[in-house]
Design a protein around this ligand. Structure first.
Ligand SMILES: Cc1cc2nc3c(=O)[nH]c(=O)nc-3n(C[C@H](O)[C@H](O)[C@H](O)COP(=O)(O)O)c2cc1C
Length: 174
C-alpha cells in the first residue's frame, strides 16, 4: 500500500515543494526526481502517485513543462494504471504568466488519464487570481497550482489543505 511522490524541476522550486508536501503526508514515499526513474513500470506497483510539474514552455501545446516529464508523457500513456489514484501539483507564476498559469498540469493529467488512472486532487479555481490556464476544467484546476514566484506566502497553507484532501481521496495515505 504505497504512494509515491515524483517531481521534475529546472530551478529547484518543485523539488522544494515536494519535500514540504511530504512533511504533511509522511506515509508517502520520499520524493523522487522522475529523471532518476529507469523503468516507468515502477508506477504500476504503486497504489497512488503524486506528481509535481512546473511550467516553462509558455503557451506551448505540447511539452509544456520543459522538464524530464516531457520526454516520458507518451510512455506514461501506455502504462496500465487502472485502480491507481493520481494527483498532480503544478508550479507556475500567476502574475508574470497569467495567460498560461500552470498549463503543464493538464498535459500530464491527460496522459495519466489515458493510462486509466483515477485522477484526484482537483482544486477549485475561485481562490486564485489569473487570466487563463489550460489546467482549468469547469470550476476546478485538475490539480493543485502553486506559485512560489508571486504568492509564496500561500504555499504552506495550500499544501496543508491539499494534503488533507488527498488523505480523503487516496485511502493508502491514511
Ligand atoms: C522563461 C520562463 C517561462 C515560464 N513560463 C511559465 C508559464 O508559461 N506558466 C507559468 O505558470 N509559469 C511559468 N514560469 C514560472 C515557473 O514555472 C516557476 O518559476 C516555477 O516555480 C519553476 O519551477 P522549478 O524551479 O521547479 O523549475 C516561467 C518562468 C520562466 C523563467
Amino acid at each position: 500500500m504505497t504512494v509515491g511522490i515524483y517531481y521534475a524541476t529546472t530551478t529547484g522550486k518543485t523539488e522544494d515543494v515536494a519535500d514540504r508536501l511530504h512533511n504533511f503526508i509522511s506515509s508517502a514515499e520520499s520524493p523522487k526526481d522522475v529523471s532518476d526513474v529507469d523503468d516507468l513500470s515502477e508506477f504500476e506497483g504503486l497504489d497512488g502517485i503524486i506528481c509535481g510539474i512546473p511550467t516553462w514552455n509558455t503557451g506551448a501545446d505540447e511539452e509544456r513543462s520543459g522538464t524530464a516529464w516531457d520526454s516520458i508523457l507518451e510512455d506514461i500513456g501506455e502504462l496500465s494504471l487502472s485502480g491507481k489514484k493520481v494527483a498532480i501539483f503544478g508550479l507556475g507564476d500567476s502574475s508574470t504568466y497569467t495567460e498560461n498559469y500552470c498549463d503543464a498540469m493538464e498535459e500530464l493529467h491527460s496522459y495519466f488519464k489515458k493510462a486509466g488512472a483515477e485522477m484526484v486532487g482537483y482544486v477549485n479555481k475561485s481562490s486564485y487570481t489569473f487570466d487563463e490556464s489550460k489546467s482549468v476544467m469547469g470550476e476546478s484546476f485538475c490539480g493543485l497550482p502553486l506559485d512560489e514566484d508571486s504568492e509564496s506566502d500561500l504555499t504552506d497553507s495550500r499544501l496543508e489543505t491539499w494534503a488533507s484532501q488527498l488523505k480523503g481521496e487516496i485511502p493508502s495515505l491514511g
